[in-house]
Design a protein around this ligand. Sequence first.
Ligand code: PNS
Length: 165
Amino acid sequence: MKRKILAVYPGSFDPPTNGHLNIVKRTLQLFPKLVIAITQNVHKTPLFSLKERLQLLKKITSNLDNVEVISFSGLLVDYLKVVDAFVVIRGLRVFSDFERELQMALINRKLNKNIETVFLIPDHSYTFLSSSAVKELAMFGTNVSEFVPKYVEIALKKRIYCNLK
Ligand code: PNS
């Protein structure tokens, strides 16, 4: 019998965007089950806590079957071992993503030779979209409803408004 492969989509998702959701939906066309694994990117200072990001992602994927959202700390390879997974999903938007993504994929493979990173390309309408851009636009009061689910838009407004007060 063919093994049912679990895909793991790690990221900081601060906040999750429609581009992330596009990658989630594409993954579900290829793999029977997906775990969205939220963690801290040590190079970034988050706007939302891990707990808040967990809540946001759970809410915006609640209509999707076969998706689980979790958070983890430490190395991705260690988390993958815990859930007995070897497929890592990452989105590739533009050429400039590639260098960092290749480095991460090769480091993960160095740490565990069985890890395979699968790069998915989001719909072209999301190639310019990033969590950082969304945060910056929202901080300057720009309407980001085109780029994030409604629930995330509300959370962004609340966070930015409360921080400014
Ligand atoms: O959404 P991001 O911020 O680009 O995601 C990066 C992330 C969280 C996937 C990456 O920083 C990561 O895997 N962190 C866990 C720690 C780890 O395993 N590091 C080794 C790979 S460089």
